[in-house]
Design a protein around this ligand. Structure first.
Ligand code: AMP
Ligand code: ZN
Length: 474
């Protein structure tokens, strides 16, 4: 099956053709660093990670850019309230974002441009000047510069509405009477007292860029006038991405993005997880409940990106159980592969795989159908476990399944790493290892029971103690 994605622009599933045979340019809207990102935001980044890794699995070289929005109303307000310079205020949340993304094993983008970087501010100013000279933007009485949406014939094509609707439904509050049309959005916001010392000089006086022009400028400065894929959450479609199209195409006259991909929201009790609703969890919040980063990764990835996903603690338990099944399966396969005197897993070169199924990748080709892909994985686990129970799997076959796993795990990145054990578990495991070295087996058994009670199992193998999740553990 050809690789295909649902394109928000056409509202159709389309075959994917990169502009270059083997390279894909991808732009993803990153965090606004006024507070720690919540796991709803991370659902979007996990979906983008899956997309990137699957494209790579299909042989594309992906060049991904993720911007950091480090100047806007919320960051300025936050810095003012904290009484620290904007840069210091945003830095702590940039650091937190990278920490959390690493815990969730999200591949790093190639570039993380910041909106406040003078290089990009210059590009924003150049783009706004070009828009003014084409009659697509104007400076209003309040000294701010606005985009003249009526002059851009395609405005509304991405979100699928027409301009008159925008006026009649009153979906944008008409409280900025300097504007020609209620839907005109700010490209350059004139400085006012609340902005303090956050300002840049421009041909229109001191001020700062609007959020939308930041992304148009950073995307085109780094990736060029045209890009293959642009992603974000569905709340980015309007006005943010609609505005990006109007700005970028308004300046270049070329089609800005070939495929627009948007993920549905992470919900809590049926409502969008959002800062403003106060119903959010951060990555450290979930880790504090005893879960690991890769369990969060699993919980956020397991549902198709265009389906809403409800966050629940039961969902986290299920993630733990599913990953536990994978770990147990791998352990059995590895034991079998090594037991028979030939470490088939290590010896088999990846290229020699024949007869290994492709259903996993085929499912992902179909607009990233992760449910079908994981369904196939768990079916395979069930079948190979049964074959092992019946002694019908030999070392070579176990090795082939291990290489298959290695291949699909390059996309999933689901395998447990001991460094990820929750703090308390790590301490108990360490104490148990010491007890065994001291031959204090009573203590070692007590510690094993404690680990069990927390849902973990300690096994003593020839390579030392192994800590894994207990199958069916809460
Ligand atoms: P923001 O920091 O608000 O600009 O959001 C960063 C990214 O997270 C954007 O792509 C949003 O669309 C996305 N996002 C925000 N809330 C959610 C949510 N509850 N579920 C999924 N994605 C979200
Ligand atoms: Zn953006």
């Amino acid at each position: 099956m050809a690789l295909r994605f649902f394109n928000t622009y056409s509202r159709k599933v389309e075959d994917f053709h990169a502009r270059d045979d083997r390279k894909v340019d991808m732009y993803t809207c990153g965090p606004t660093v006024y507070s720690r990102a919540h796991i709803g935001n991370f659902r979007a980044y996990i979906f983008e990670d899956l997309l990137q890794r699957h494209l790579e699995a299909r042989g594309f070289e992906v060049h991904r850019v993720m911007n950091i929005t480090d100047v806007d109303d919320k960051t300025i307000r936050g810095a003012r309230e904290a009484k620290v310079p904007l840069e210091r205020f945003t830095q702590q949340f940039k650091d937190a974002f990278f920490d959390d993304a690493e815990k969730l094993r999200i591949k790093r983008a190639d570039e993380y441009p910041s909106a406040t970087d003078q290089r990009y501010v210059d590009k924003m100013i150049a783009m706004i000047s070009a828009l003014i000279s084409k009659g697509l933007a104007y400076q209003a009485d309040d000294k701010s510069v606005y985009y003249r949406i009526k002059k851009f014939p395609n405005y509304g094509k991405l979100a699928h509405f027409n301009l008159d609707e925008l006026q009649s439904t009153g979906r944008v509050k008409h409280d900025e009477y300097d504007k020609e049309h209620i839907g005109d959005f700010a490209l350059w916001k004139a400085w006012d007292e609340d902005d303090g010392d956050v300002k840049w000089n421009s041909p229109w006086g001191p001020g700062r860029p609007g959020w939308h022009i930041e992304c148009s400028a950073m995307a085109t400065a780094i990736l060029g006038d045209q890009i293959d894929i642009h992603c974000g959450g569905v709340d980015n479609i309007f006005p943010h991405h609609e505005a990006e199209i109007a700005q970028s195409e308004g300046v270049t006259g070329k089609k800005f993005v070939n495929y627009w991909l948007h993920c549905a929201h992470l919900l809590v009790d049926g409502q969008k997880m959002a800062k403003s609703l106060g119903n959010f969890y951060t990555v450290p919040d979930v880790i504090a409940k005893g879960y690991t980063g890769h369990e969060i990764r699993y919980a956020l990835m397991r549902v198709h990106y265009r389906t809403q996903l409800n966050f629940t603690w039961d969902g986290m338990k299920e993630a733990r159980e599913s990953l536990g099944r994978i770990d147990d399966w791998l352990e059995r396969l590895r034991e079998l592969a090594v037991e028979n005197g030939r470490d088939a897993a290590l010896r088999r070169p990846r290229t020699s795989q024949r007869n290994v199924p492709t259903q996993f990748e085929d499912a992902l080709d179909d607009d990233l159908n992760i449910s079908a892909a994981l369904g196939f994985l768990f079916e395979t686990i069930r079948e190979t476990n049964r074959a092992m129970d019946e002694n019908k799997l030999d070392a070579k076959q176990a090795g082939a399944w291990l290489s298959w796993w290695e291949r699909i795990n390059a996309t999933l990145d689901f395998e447990s790493a001991e460094t990820e054990l929750p703090g308390e578990v790590k301490q108990l495991a360490e104490a148990r290892m010491q007890a065994r070295l001291a031959k204090d087996f009573r203590k070692s058994d007590e510690l094993r029971d404690k680990l069990n009670a927390l849902g973990w199992e300690a096994r003593d193998t020839k390579d030392g103690q192994k800590i894994t999740r207990r199958a069916g553990a809460k």
